[in-house]
Write a protein that binds this ligand. Structure first.
Ligand code: TYD
Length: 208
């Protein structure tokens, strides 16, 4: 049975991921591949409901461990309803954020124990690990300027301060080191065409 490919995009705020997710999906479709473009938290009706709770309201009302449980609850539904059925049907899944965002935001950034997050990952994601993860990297100030320019600075995860975002960036770089088999760091500085070319090079290289 053919099995699709699973590509995830990760990184801090203002890295320009969402634009690049759409561009890659389009480029793969031009190659006649059947592509499902999705995102986290969200990507299925039930997970989108959890997203609406998780990303709104008083920041800090949950501990990083509780946030991890919410993110993995949404992820469990997303995997069951969207990702696994698509992969089993031979489709390519291109996802804006996935489990590495929990490792970085709740773990490295928030201080949730990595053993806790890894046990959730083992239980919920299991064998459905991404085939390729593109980690968008750029200096924190550049990313926050971009996010601020988009008027997004006020959303709960973007209003946490520079130190949090520095931990986040280092967290993502560490993930790329630990999971070097599936991760590629994408230099997110520069214009969208230049970044899109880097993304395509990584996809062609890793997924012939
Ligand atoms: P979104 O508006 O999609 O942000 P972005 O454009 O930066 O991807 O909001 C998603 C937010 O949720 C983002 O701040 C990261 C956060 N998040 C977590 O904290 N943990 C997770 O596991 C996931 C998937 C996202």
């Amino acid at each position: 049975m053919t099995h699709g490919r699973f590509i995830t995009f990760e990184g801090g705020e203002g890295a320009g991921k969402s634009t690049q997710v759409a561009r890659l999906a389009e480029r793969l479709r031009e190659r006649d591949l059947d592509v499902v473009q999705t995102r986290e938290p969200g990507g299925s009706p039930g997970a989108e409901d959890i997203r609406a709770i998780a990303l709104n309201g008083e920041p800090g009302r949950w501990s990083p461990m509780t946030e991890s449980l919410l993110m993995f609850a949404a992820r469990s539904d997303h995997l069951e309803r969207t990702i696994r059925p698509a992969l089993e049907a031979g489709r390519w899944v291109v996802c804006d954020r996935f489990a590495d965002s929990s490792r970085a935001y709740q773990g490295a950034g928030g201080g949730a124990p990595s053993t806790f997050i890894e046990s959730l990952d083992a239980a919920i994601v299991g064998a459905t690990q991404p085939d390729l993860t593109l980690i968008f990297d750029l200096p924190v100030e550049v990313g926050l300027d971009r996010a601020f320019g988009r008027g997004l600075f006020e959303t709960r995860f973007e209003s946490k301060g520079i130190a949090f975002h520095e931990r986040l960036r280092q967290g993502f770089l560490e993930i790329a080191r630990v999971h070097a088999d599936r991760c590629v760091i994408i230099d997110a500085v520069g214009d969208q065409d230049a970044v899109a070319a880097r993304v395509w090079a990584a996809v062609e290289d890793r997924l012939p």
